[in-house]
Design a protein around this ligand. Structure first.
Ligand code: UDX
Length: 434
């Protein structure tokens, strides 16, 4: 099949490469010329395992990128995905301006695309956005009608950073949302090569249901992390090991063993944004989601608890303090909503001089840019050297091997926010929830 992908960010680029790998011909449209050039050269604009290999394999043969929506007309896609960002407004709600602008530009050429193209919203949007905002924009700009001249559907993604290509190839489920079978069938044809290979669950549902499934999925997982953090905080009060408790409750199939790692909380580009967005959207509709608000509050408090724990051991004013881990999770260069950010801010408020390390150079560079006063170093030893205390914020596996490096500290306090560092003689070890 021929597929158009509008937007070449994290999601657009990943699905474009993966769709090409399923045997489709793909055309990416993006306003950024440098991204388009890189895609056409087979060079990944984001760091994601396996993505570069796929792009170099398919660029120029079955994957093309352009800045011109008009190129879609000659290309003649059967299905066009809108994979544009929906960033947060100050009140937590989503800003749909970029998706709307994309729909407007696509609408301008949609009427000239032959046959019956199906437009699929992949962006994360609150229920009703596709039907009430994107659909009408496409109709207005194209002069055509949904269900008569073109189809409209949604297809949320559940890709994790660091394993997005694998998640695409081996999903737990795929979700197709549309209000008519023709649009759902078009989506099913796109995914057919993947569905034939494995017994993936296919959810065929309505537009609003599919939009809500995305939020419910992320809200549930984020709330699970906050719940396990709440329980972990209680464990700490009792001197109980929260990880032993989590392992035991995870044996109950109804609870499940995943997402039970308590600590300094969730970050990244999805969980904080999506939970805030669905809470804001629900309030707009007249419902106040108390539990999801609590999930946000608990998450916001975990870094503060880590700093309180530090305060209970040492006054860091005027002292050197080490932060290990800057990416929001291991295996990525992404520092968006990383728990390292409130931790660094809290340390600076206390008058500490902050030294930091992350094994990922991109994450290190991003923090260097955001916090010019923080010394971001290239390895753990000089980072720990002379530090009165060390705070571990990301569970990079390499941190489990740290040992003699701790002898370089001037103090001995190590606060572990991720249960990754080994206890050893010579340090005062404090786990956040154990
Ligand atoms: C998430 C969803 O998993 C994915 O399906 C969605 O499409 C995008 O958002 P991602 O943000 O890449 O993916 O990261 P994920 O691996 O889910 O972790 C999110 C955050 O939760 C990280 O900060 C991680 O450290 C934290 N987390 C996760 C915990 O604190 N404890 C856990 O047990 C699991």
């Amino acid at each position: 099949m021929k597929l158009g992908i509008v937007g070449s960010g994290y999601v657009g680029t990943t699905v474009a490469a993966c769709f090409a790998d399923l045997g489709h011909e793909v055309m990416n449209v993006d306003v950024d010329e440098s991204i388009v050039r890189r895609l056409n050269e087979g060079d990944a604009p984001i760091s994601e395992p396996g993505l570069g290999d796929l792009l170099s394999q398919y660029a120029g043969s079955s994957l093309f990128a352009t800045t011109d929506y008009g190129d879609l007309v000659d290309f003649g896609p059967d299905v066009i995905f809108l994979a544009l960002p929906t960033p947060s407004n100050d009140d937590g709600s989503i800003d749909t301006a970029v998706v709307e602008a994309g729909a407007e530009s696509l609408g301008g050429v949609l009427g000239d695309i032959e046959d019956y193209p199906t437009v699929v919203v992949k962006s994360t949007v609150v229920p009703g956005t596709t039907e009430d905002v994107i659909g009408p924009t496409l109709e207005l700009e194209s002069g055509g009608r949904i269900g008569v001249d073109f189809g409209l559907a949604t297809n949320p993604e559940f890709l994790r950073e660091g394993s997005a290509v694998d998640d695409f190839t081996s999903p737990d489920k795929v979700v197709f949302g549309a209000d008519d079978d023709r649009a759902l069938d078009a989506l099913e044809s796109v995914y057919a090569p993947l569905l034939e290979k494995s017994d993936v669950s296919v959810v065929r549902t309505g537009l609003r249901e599919a939009e809500m499934i995305k939020y419910a999925n992320n809200a549930f997982l984020a709330a699970k992390v906050s719940l396990v953090n709440d329980i972990g905080n209680i464990c700490k009060e009792y001197g109980v090991d929260a990880y032993e408790v989590a392992e035991a409750i995870g044996l109950d199939d109804r609870i499940g063993e995943q997402f039970l790692r308590s600590g300094v909380g969730f970050g990244g580009s999805c969980f904080p944004k999506d939970v805030n967005a669905i809470v804001a959207a629900a309030r707009e509709e007249g419902y106040d989601p108390a539990l999801l608000q609590a999930a946000i509050d608990v998450n916001d408090r975990q870094p503060q608890r880590m700093l309180d724990l530090l305060d209970s051991h040492v006054d860091v004013s005027g002292e050197r303090v080490a932060v290990l881990g800057l990416a929001f999770k291991p295996g990525t260069d992404d520092v968006r909503n990383s728990r390292a950010i409130p931790i660094i801010e809290g340390l600076q408020e206390r008058g500490a001089s902050v030294v930091a390390y992350d094994p990922n150079e991109g994450a290190a560079a991003a923090i260097r840019e955001r916090f010019p006063d923080v010394e971001v170093l290239a390895s753990p030893s000089p980072t720990l050297s002379g530090a009165v205390a060390t705070l571990v914020v990301t569970d990079w596996p390499a941190f489990a091997d740290l040992d003699l490096e701790f002898d370089l500290m001037s103090g001995d306090v190590v606060i572990d926010g991720r249960r990754i560092v080994e206890r050893r003689d010579g340090i005062t070890y404090e786990g956040l929830t154990w």
